[in-house]
Design a protein around this ligand. Sequence first.
Ligand SMILES: [Zn+2]
Length: 213
Amino acid sequence: MKKICLIIGHGGKDTGAVNPNNGYTELKYNSELVPKIVQKLQGQYEILLENRGNNSIEDIAKINSFNPEIIISFHCNDSEDDKGTGTEAIYYPGSTKGKELATIVSKNVSEALGLKNRGAKTPWQNRGMGLLQRTKAPCIISEGFFIDNDSDLKAGLDKMDNYVAAIVKSVHEYLGDSSEGTEPEQPEKPDTKIYLVQGNKTIGEIDGTIKLY
Ligand SMILES: [Zn+2]
């Protein structure tokens, strides 16, 4: 089973960006979003769900030793004037695979939320570089919408299920997996025959009826 790592951005007392009108935070939004994604992908992938808690950065050693195919960290964007809008995904500068994953995610999430696709980008003011630089697998930061912009946040909240589906689709698309066959394989039918044992000798069996040898 392929492995993927999903990260709920920020943690503990660091809630990330906040909507100035209703106090909604990045941490709150992504704490609702990411478990829904896990629910959809578990069974098809082995998933490491990571959150930094009160630490300044995610547990990079744990993520690298898990050895995932991809890492997606979930944040929300914010802007100086609270008027920024749209979807983007951040990748490590020079990473071809990271850029490919970011391009797929930004396109699918923007369509799912009905927002402008700002596309794949490299970090602005080195934001998120600690994670992007130190992780071995292709790693991106999904900035689905601007949390400080009321209409962007409304799209994020109203269409959270679409966001979930867009990430599921993106993971399948990038890893070349079919969305079919997500049901785990049924285990072999267990042997329901019961043997009658006396001492160390099998003296009969029950398989619908009792049969004594
Ligand atoms: Zn953030």
